[in-house]
Design a binder for this molecule. Sequence first.
Ligand SMILES: [Zn+2]
Ligand SMILES: [Zn+2]
Ligand SMILES: [Zn+2]
Length: 165
Amino acid sequence: MTHNDSDTHHNHNQCIKTALATAESLCAAQGQRLTKVRRRALELIWESHRPLGAYQLLAKLAEEGFNSAPPTVYRALDFLLTAGLIHKVESMNAYLGCAHADKVHKGYFLICDQCHNVMEFDYQDIHSALREKAALQGFELRSETIELTGLCARCRSESTTGAQI
Ligand SMILES: [Zn+2]
Ligand SMILES: [Zn+2]
Ligand SMILES: [Zn+2]
């Protein structure tokens, strides 16, 4: 099943195109190579706004005849993570393409329980607030995992259509 609910809402091909173009220019700027397997892995992750697990990615790459040995795939994922082109959604143990790869940021996520689409949301205020609160306890933040679950706007509107006056 590759059906993606969010496709009807926006032009997802544009998301993919932009993501790949950003990846190309970021890699070029950093003197890195977006090898075939890295590029294809990124494209597959961007197939939808649902995070993709490493094993799903591995299976897709194998189907396409890439060297899909786990180390190859994990190296490609590591590269994409380090480059900021994807995020890991910890609670789903899966990877999501980042639409703001050209800006340094943490990934804070809204995860829809129903369609499993994941949206990133703006982090700067929350980040500053967390850092301040932690500092009050003499605590220095090193990592932040913020993953909120609920219903996305689309699923909410679907679940109330016809059911309410
Ligand atoms: Zn999209
Ligand atoms: Zn991001
Ligand atoms: Zn949803």
